[in-house]
Design a protein around this ligand. Structure first.
Ligand code: SF4
Length: 432
């Protein structure tokens, strides 16, 4: 029987146009109905050199459903190459052309000899959400554009983390991961955001290894790169937020890359000294406040749910109530992620629910005894329910509607401090 899904937290796979847009000077070409891009775009820092309003689109209609839309796709790619100056053109297919059976791959192959690369990713909405769409775009780059290289650059590390734009903090988080890796004396390589783009894409096959910082998104991509380029990968499932997890992260990356242990420990010590100096200055607030001293819930994709749970338990000593993962994590990854929620300090384990229905999540939050004011970190949808419980709410996951984020980050030592600032700013503000 058909079910209603209340407060969905993701979009359809075609929203991978945002993944393409996050690559400097890469242009999505949409083979879809005319309303798709409009529906899938947010005002979350998505204007700029290219924006969803100017993405070329075949705008297919009833006639194309009957006779096929391949002619239109051919002319749209042809004209995009003529009038829009980009470094990479990525054709993304929506529901209609895939339902009527347009062979978009064949059309794209006609542009093999174009001056600029043209690739395509099947991203029909019925195939999955934008987490899967993001993977499809990276797969398309690996399969259709990149070639195996005999040249390997010592210390070059490709970094992959979660989904641009779906995660509002994507840019800052990636830059923070780059900085951490660079401090170990390694050379980070990412493809998203300012001044990265095609040059960095070209370096992907030359990397010593792929570093995936994500519970599950991108795992298929790094496995594909291992098969195609022979590049090994390190899968670090937890977004490192705060000192405990960031120090673990540095040790694990350092070990995998063969960095001298003393060097890794020196980097950690310098950061931890400053981190705990800052924490010490506010220890009285953490210990004596009466508004954040009991249990918390995170409602977010697997990346933030896991990363923030570990941070709040390990660094702030808070107790987890039930945590909710809302990204429709594929079933084969769920056991592994559930195990990660059990790896908390002080023998604490967090219960996690993979739940996409906001109604059910809110019912559980309402019924749970938080032994005081609940702390809820989630999407904007959780604001109302948290307020009804007189709790403290922080909007950290999609949809984010109460803040503007340029390149702020919650990653690393500094990111942990930013998250503490945000949480305790909410707490101290409630009595103003
Ligand atoms: S679900 Fe299909 S029709 Fe709807 S926006 Fe996505 S691609 Fe377009």
């Amino acid at each position: 029987m058909a079910k209603l899904l209340d407060k969905q937290r993701y979009k359809c796979a075609l929203a991978a146009m945002q993944t393409v847009q996050a690559i400097d000077r890469a242009l999505p070409i949409l083979h879809s109905g005319p309303g798709c891009a409009q529906k899938l775009s947010d005002t979350n820092g998505s204007s700029g050199y290219f924006s969803p309003n100017i993405f070329p689109c075949t705008s297919i209609n009833e006639k194309d459903v009957v006779f096929g839309g391949v002619k239109k796709l051919n002319s749209t790619i042809d004209n995009a190459l003529k009038v829009i100056d980009a470094d990479l053109y990525v054709v993304l297919t929506g529901c209609i052309p895939e339902i009527v059976g347009d062979d978009s791959g064949e059309v794209v192959s006609r542009f093999e000899d174009a001056d600029k690369p043209v690739i395509y990713a099947p991203t029909a909405g019925f195939k999955g959400n934008n987490y899967k769409g993001h993977e499809q775009v990276v797969d398309a780059i690996v399969e259709q554009y990149l070639k195996k290289s005999d040249k390997k650059q010592k210390g070059l590390i490709n970094i992959w983390a979660d989904v641009p734009y779906q995660d509002l903090f994507w840019l800052g988080n990636l830059r923070a991961l780059e900085k951490l890796v660079a401090e170990l004396g390694l050379t980070p390589n990412t493809i998203f955001g300012y001044n990265r783009g095609i040059e960095n894409i070209n370096k992907i096959p030359e990397a010593e290894f792929n570093l995936l910082v994500s519970p599950w998104v991108g795992l298929g991509n790094v496995k594909k790169m291992e098969r195609k380029f022979g590049t090994p990968y390190l899968h670090y499932p937890t977004l490192p937020i705060g000192a405990t997890e960031t120090s673990k992260f540095l040790r694990e990356v350092g070990k995998f890359a063969g960095v001298d242990e003393a060097k890794v420990e020196a980097v950690i010590k310098e950061h931890e000294d400053y981190y705990y100096y800052l924490i010490g200055r506010y220890a009285d607030l953490f210990l004596e406040n009466r508004v954040i001293n009991k249990q918390f819930t995170v409602v977010a994709d697997a990346q933030y749910s896991l990363g923030i749970t570990k941070f709040l338990v390990n660094d702030l000593g808070l107790i987890p109530a039930k945590q909710f993962v809302v990204d429709d994590t594929p079933k084969n990854y769920r056991d592994q992620i559930t195990e990660e929620f059990k790896k908390l300090n002080f023998g604490i384990e967090a219960e996690v629910s993979f739940e996409t229905d906001g109604y059910k999540i809110h019912s559980e939050i309402k019924e749970h005894d938080y032994h005081g004011y609940p702390l809820v970190l989630g999407g904007y949808y959780e604001k109302e329910v948290t307020e009804s419980l007189k709790g403290n709410f922080l909007n950290i996951s999609w949809p984010v509607q109460d803040k503007v984020v340029f390149d702020r980050s919650y990653v690393g030592y500094e990111g942990g401090i930013r998250l503490i600032e945000d949480i305790y700013t909410v707490a101290v503000s409630r009595f103003n």
